[in-house]
Write a protein that binds this ligand. Structure first.
Ligand SMILES: [Zn+2]
Length: 229
């Protein structure tokens, strides 16, 4: 899950929907949780749900971007923020591992107390929903194709890595970053290029709104100042 920065509030909002263009411009039109690029139906996501937590309905610091699937999984669950990990305050790239086939799991190297929160975040947003999940209630609805899109992104990123190994030029690198930007799924490309700091730098710089304070000079993830991880 890409750590993001929304920056300071551009204005006072009286209708949260008006925040959408600012959020999309600053963080890209990617779902903050599943990371897919969404042309339409990407909505202003309320970290604390607008119903029943109406006090934060127009609060800039309560906004992320959410697709319909992540939104409907999270629903109106009132959350105690410190019980979960958040892409706008934590270095969520440290929290999760993206594996073969695009499945998402909490990072087994995490401190156990943090890992509980990483697992809770996966459940809250439904990122574990997969047709192969042994738990019936953790299988996706027909409308929820996030698992498939992750798998496709994983396969495409694998192919990109293979092509780069054959033809390693600046142009190939540039093209791969463009492919990644077009579909989103920053974390999957980040995982695939784990041994290539130049590709990681290119990805970090290309995905607008990636929180730069989550990385060191060698493009390793580092704890986020003020975050839980
Ligand atoms: Zn989503």
């Amino acid at each position: 899950m890409r750590p993001v920065e929304r920056g300071a509030a551009p204005q006072v909002f009286t209708n949260y929907r008006d925040a959408y263009p600012f959020l999309a411009q600053r963080m890209g039109d990617y779902c903050s949780y599943c990371e897919r690029q969404i042309e339409t139906h990407l909505a202003v996501e309320h970290v604390q749900p607008k119903n029943p937590v109406s006090a934060l309905i127009n609060s800039w610091t309560n906004f992320l971007l959410g697709c319909v699937n992540c939104n409907s999984c999270k629903g109106d669950t009132v959350v105690s923020l410190p019980d979960y990990l958040w892409p706008d305050t934590d270095n969520t790239l440290r929290a999760f591992e993206y594996e073969e086939g695009g499945s998402v799991k909490s990072n087994p190297d995490l401190d156990p107390a943090i890992r509980v929160k990483a697992d809770a975040t996966i459940i809250l947003t439904g990122l574990d929903k997969d047709p192969g999940n042994p738990a019936l209630d953790r299988r996706p609805t027909e409308a929820d194709r996030r698992w498939l899109k992750r798998k496709e992104a994983w396969d495409k990123a694998t192919r990109c890595r293979e092509i780069l190994a054959i033809q390693d030029t600046a142009e190939t690198r540039e093209l791969i970053v463009e492919v990644a930007k077009g579909k989103g799924m920053f974390s999957i490309y980040w995982a695939q290029f784990s041994h290539d700091s130049d590709m990681r730098r290119r990805l970090r710089e290309a995905f607008v709104g990636t929180a730069n304070n989550c990385f060191d000079h060698a493009e390793n993830v580092q704890p986020r100042h003020g975050g839980q991880i």
